[in-house]
Ligand binder design. Structure first.
Ligand SMILES: [Zn+2]
Length: 569
């Protein structure tokens, strides 16, 4: 009867050249073997399945090979073969997790003084060394610092933080990194090619992704797939095995949510429940898909294999970010629902219910002005009343959190060119019954037309139109320095990028060069200190507000800049 050997053991690297990745650690060990000056204690660190034990054994071969200390062990001699089979007498492998007591360590150390039986070195390979007790470490310390000449220690651990610093400082530490998905997939393909099993590249990439950087996990998963496989290892088999939805389904589900395709969504939800997929995995898949979409949209990069198509360009960049946020939140909350299917289905419904497109302020304003302002307080002569009735202040409820806008109900292009004195107060202050804001202005000079033209310009899209929709008109519209106050909820948009964009729109639409500065309108301050004709904000206060906004948004700035909302042309 032939012995069964797990795939991961069959493919354990037997010499330095067979390792995947870990080049720096391998180079370091090979160099020291070549120079025949190998340090007496090495500490190999790294997460599970990255090759710590395998590397330790190959190092032992290099030290013990009958042909002499070498960086290319022969793999043929008695010693090399014995190490490969795990029965070399001078390689003592200890699992520290099962021998944590100080007595175990003392027993081990008592043996240290005897010379090796066969080879030139007695090599102690202590795996999971972080499990040793504090006393054991203390007992080990002295020997680790000055061992007899024939002793080499190789310590391996997944958790070097738990090792006393005194131990760490006595060893040469080599950190083994997690393997890349591409490296893992390549190795899996090599194994299957060797076995003459057919496979799809995508299936191997999926396995590599699930293995999380561990080659051993990847090969174990592959072994499971080989057991399930009838003819070839394809995407469907791997998806079923891992409880994942097919990629096409994930894409279709996200698009259905975006397009409110209710029947299609019900179909997908039913399918996911019927196939008993892992909901955490499905959410991860949706996030991964949206990540690829946003990578394509914003940076025009991304994995060639995962390139998104023209359909994906229909998502707004901001919308994709919102979807990702909703999904991340759902991931954390999934287990709080009575059951996971309910949690997932509610997440999908929430994604349908809350979309940026629907709550876009600019859209709301265009669709339905809500004249709910009530005039209560006339502080200024209504000398401009005859014309400014055309401008009605409007509050957008709900979505705008009480932000104030001026909404032109009519084109006021019959210009008030006679009004040339910019100092004449052209705005009246009105009291609002809404609890949130209290001040708006109307203007009767022709510069206000410019303000309205700017706001309604077709050049204003996306974030720019949102900024302007909630903005309070600058009180010096005749001037070429406009300080536009935006709603505090949009404070993160008060960036130089957007200022420049608005300046460009001004130049294009109004044929005026206007220096724009965006500041955040603090609603509390606005209540106390009326802005406009009675604006009591000192320059200092203004600069404080601006500075605060700038500091607050420093981190967001870069992100928003990369979003580059929309090109002007
Ligand atoms: Zn050999």
């Amino acid at each position: 009867m032939q012995d069964y050997k797990a795939l991961a053991r069959q493919w354990r690297p037997q010499s330095f050249q067979y390792f995947v990745g870990q080049q720096h650690a391998i180079t370091a060990l090979q160099q020291s073997l070549k120079r025949k000056s190998v340090h007496h204690a090495h500490l190999l660190t790294g997460t599970r399945g990255v090759g710590k034990t395998s590397l330790a054994r190959v190092l032992a071969k290099g030290l013990s090979c009958i042909k002499g200390v070498t960086d290319v062990p022969c793999e043929q001699c008695e010693h090399c073969k014995a190490i490969e089979q795990g029965n070399y007498v001078d390689l003592i492998e200890i699992d520290a997790a099962s021998k944590t007591k100080v007595e175990d360590t003392k027993e081990l150390l008592n043996q240290v003084h005897y010379p090796p039986v066969q080879g030139r070195y007695k090599i102690y390979l202590i795996d999971e060394v972080h499990s040793l007790s504090a006393n054991s470490f203390n007992a080990l310390l002295k020997t680790l610092e000055e061992p007899p000449e024939h002793i080499k220690f190789i310590l391996a651990t997944t958790d070097p933080q738990k090792l006393p610093i005194t131990i760490q400082s006595r060893c040469i530490q080599l950190h083994l990194q997690q393997l890349t998905e591409a490296d893992i997939a390549k190795q899996l393909e090599k194994i299957l090619t060797d076995r003459s099993t057919t496979f799809s590249h995508q299936a191997m990439m999926t396995l590599a992704e699930a293995a999380n950087g561990s080659m051993r996990d990847a090969i174990s998963l592959l072994e499971q797939a080989i057991a399930l496989c009838k003819e070839s290892i394809d995407d469907e088999l791997i998806d079923n095995m891992l409880g994942r939805a097919p990629k096409a389904d994930i894409k279709s589900l996200v698009h259905s949510i975006h397009n409110n395709a209710k029947e299609k969504i019900s179909e997908h939800l039913g399918k996911i429940e019927k196939n008993q997929l892992n909901y955490h995995t499905v959410i991860d898949q949706m996030i991964t898909y949206l990540y690829q979409v946003t990578q394509q949209q914003v940076l025009s990069t991304g994995n060639e294999a995962n390139k998104t198509d023209t359909d994906d360009k229909r998502f707004g960049e901001e919308q994709v970010q919102l979807y990702i946020q909703q999904l991340i939140k759902a991931k954390g909350e999934l287990d709080l629902y009575p059951d996971q299917p309910m949690g997932f289905n509610l997440t999908v419904l929430r994604m349908m219910a809350f979309k940026l497109e629907q709550t876009s302020l600019a859209e709301l304003i265009k669709q339905q002005p809500l004249p709910i302002m009530q005039e209560t307080n006339e502080t200024l002569p209504r000398q401009s009343n005859t014309k400014n009735e055309s401008t009605v202040a409007t509050i957008i409820n709900g979505a705008s959190k009480g932000a104030i806008v001026n909404h032109p109900t009519q084109e006021t292009t019959t210009a008030h060119k006679s009004n040339n004195n910019p100092k004449v107060p052209t705005q009246t202050t009105r009291e609002v019954t809404q609890p949130t804001n209290s001040q708006v202005y109307t203007s009767a000079n022709n510069h206000e037309d410019h303000w309205n033209q700017l706001k309604n310009s077709n050049e204003c899209r996306g974030m720019i139109s949102q900024i302007l929709a909630t903005a309070i008109a600058p009180n010096n519209l005749d001037d070429n320095n406009w300080e536009i106050r935006i709603d505090s909820s949009l404070s993160n948009l008060a960036t130089p990028t957007f200022e420049q964009k608005i300046e460009a729109i001004c130049l294009k639409t109004l044929k005026r060069t206007i220096k724009i500065s965006l500041t955040c309108a603090n609603t509390d301050q606005a209540k106390e200190k009326p802005i406009g004709p009675g604006d009591n904000h000192t320059k200092k206060e203004k600069s404080t507000i601006t500075k605060k906004t700038e500091t607050h948004n420093k981190k967001l700035d870069h992100f928003i800049n990369t979003l580059e909302a929309e090109p002007l042309e």
